[in-house]
Write a protein that binds this ligand. Sequence first.
Ligand code: NDP
Ligand code: 2IT
Length: 444
Amino acid sequence: MGYVDEVIELVVKKNPAEPEFHQAVKEVLESLRTVVDANEERLRREGLLERLVEPDRQIIFRVPWVDDNGNVRVNTGFRVQFNNSIGPYKGGIRLHPSVNLGIIKFLGFEQIFKNSLTGLPIGGGKGGSDFDPKGKSDREVLAFCTSFITELYKYIGADIDVPAGDIGTGAREIGYMYGQYKKITGSYEGVFTGKGLTFGGSLARTQATGYGLLYLVEEMLKSNCREIQCKVCTVSGSGQVAIYAIQKAHQLGAKCVTCSDSNGWVYDPEGIDVEVLKQIKEVQRARLTEYKKCRPHSEYHEGRGVWSVKCDIALPCATQNELLLEDAKALVANGCFAVAEGANMPTTQEATEYLLENKVLFAPGKAANAGGVATSALEMTQNSERLSWTFEEVDATLKRIMVDIFHSMENAANRYDASGNYVIGANIAGFEKVATAMMAQGIW
Ligand code: NDP
Ligand code: 2IT
């Protein structure tokens, strides 16, 4: 058995009941097969793959808090510090009832390669809790965030581990967490990103993941003799990533006709009205059923269905494994020619293979959604130099980073005889830097 297969088998055996983690590891290691085969003796001697798939440390803790009825509630908190060979651990905090250790490990593992691809000095980590902020009062969210950080503060720091937002964690939660960190440590430092603009946050961080996704799509289309103008896009999700992906797509002359949340989805043939969507999701924190009240010609459907709508470009921006094989088949049948992942691992492995076999341009999440964490790294830079940059400066840097990411993955795919396979390209390009750094730093 080859080294890659041995390590995949080991991961499945050592981490039972963590299917998302297995999926992420398999995708990366299978992409690395040619690189590993060419350097097998050295990589084996170094135990490099075994070290890569084992987090540096995993912190699991109790998060007790008091609800509005005076009852004590208990959630589980996680922080997986996966790999800091190229910089301090960096990655978001997910607050969603589906969170468990396997989900956080898959996200932390992805983050290693994503962060490497940005070209910036950030390592990989991820955290979260099974707490559900939906339907909770501000006071309850504050109580949870305060308790979460009262334990987590011991393990994070501006040069150690820098958390940020993810599903369920936005500006409100980061503000509460930062406030508690500062109260306990007395240190005013860039220990979180996605902070409010009045206390060290970066302009354009809110928009960065969605904007970055479209900058990468634009470059990918250009490189394949296509253009984004006048193309119809389907988008899933209606959170931070989806909203600003839709906004940037419209600025670039495309039209996004769908969005979704966990209850249902909207089809607006005239193009999603971003201001209406922002009002519903960012201000009212309401459900997508509200959208039709402002846009009576649009349709609301319960359940899933975004990928059944005819489009040129599909942008999954909600959550993992939301684009299945049957969806990939519907997209191809409807003439979709590009899929770019705004979310982390939204496309199942079978769906990804089907899209690649059918020559659909496929931009994997670790490249396509890297604009968020890249801009977080720019926020860290601004905090370190005690300056803040203009929106235009951050946005222009983000665009340059996304263009560079596209060419890194394109070049890596070409170098390893896999032209046009950006999954292989992104994984190899992300891996090379991390592996070189790990081998230079001895055994740890
Ligand atoms: P938000 O919490 O702002 O929005 C998440 C959206 O996805 C909501 O519309 C939500 O619907 C929907 N959603 C979440 N879970 C599910 C589910 N299980 N089934 C169906 N729909 C679901 O999160 P973000 O927009 O920040 O994150 C979206 C994705 O992008 C995630 O995969 C995240 O990891 C990834 N990402 C985020 C980055 C960032 O900077 N924020 C950076 C890079 C990647 P509902 O409101 O009903 O739950
Ligand atoms: O998945 C991700 O890259 C994020 N949620 C953003 C992480 C960050 O540190 O900004």
